[in-house]
Design a protein around this ligand. Structure first.
Ligand code: PLP
Length: 239
């Protein structure tokens, strides 16, 4: 029998980071240009703790002593609150990003908990986030999610509306936008979506790109991704 998933987490993290660094070196990008986000949705706090305590090679996301993974992603506000309540205090240098759709009525909780929100995708949410940022004095980094495949069932700003939306966020709500995020359609070759998002980010003067998951992260590396979001590759399949 294979060992339980949690025994493999540290090794998986190290292997993924090594693959990432090799692939980046091959294309002439420095390893520190890309952060490795460990996506822990559906996995228990005990699995997160394994990653927090792992010896990893990730120069970009290590703690001050150079041990342990520190960059994590969750897709639901409530699940993140439940799992991270204790861990946040215990690992104060851990960074937690929201990568799932955000309802306006959870914006206050999201601003209170997360260091970055990758799923800003509508004007109402921009307004509520701006209010909460003002109120709480916390400023999570904001990524605009873009629906590059124009998929009806997917959230994200359309390509046609993107420039206007970013301008509204900046000028009307005073929000600083850190970058763009996308999830290419499962049925498509991902590279053209990554290329398009890179171009649109350049045009908007944005230098962060949240692109690439377990199945397609290597395809995102030549197109300027600065954050790959990996779940399965680190923690195994989500049951
Ligand atoms: C679940 C999820 C990931 C990680 O997916 P894997 O295929 O397990 O690496 C990345 N980004 C988002 C937005 C997700 O919801």
């Amino acid at each position: 029998m294979p060992p339980p998933i949690e025994e493999n987490i540290a090794a998986n993290l190290a292997n993924v980071r090594e693959r990432l660094d090799k692939a980046l070196t091959r294309i002439g990008r420095p390893p520190e240009a890309v952060s490795l986000m460990a996506v822990t949705k559906n996995f228990p706090a005990s699995a997160i703790r394994q990653a927090l305590d792992a010896e990893t090679l990730d120069a970009g996301t290590l703690d001050a002593e150079g041990r342990g993974h520190r960059l994590f992603g969750e897709n639901k506000v409530q699940e993140a609150q439940e799992k991270w309540g204790g861990l946040r205090a215990e690992y104060p240098d851990a960074r937690l990003h929201l990568i799932g759709a955000l309802q306006s009525n959870k914006a206050a909780a999201a601003v209170g908990l997360f260091d970055a929100i990758h799923t800003l995708d509508r004007v109402k949410l921009a307004r509520v986030l701006a209010d909460e940022i003002q109120k709480q004095g916390r400023t999570p980094e904001l990524f605009v999610q873009v629906n590059t495949g124009d998929e009806a069932q997917k959230t994200g700003v359309s390509l046609a509306a993107l420039d206007g939306f970013v301008t509204t966020c900046r000028q009307e709500y005073g929000l600083e936008i850190a970058g763009l995020m996308c999830l290419p359609p499962l049925s498509d070759v991902p590279a053209p979506h990554f290329a398009l998002l890179e171009k649109r980010a350049q045009n908007l003067g944005l230098n962060q790109l949240s692109m690439g998951m377990s199945a397609d992260y290597e395809a995102a590396l030549p197109f300027g991704t600065t954050c790959v979001r990996l779940g399965t590759a680190i923690f195994g399949s989500r049951l």
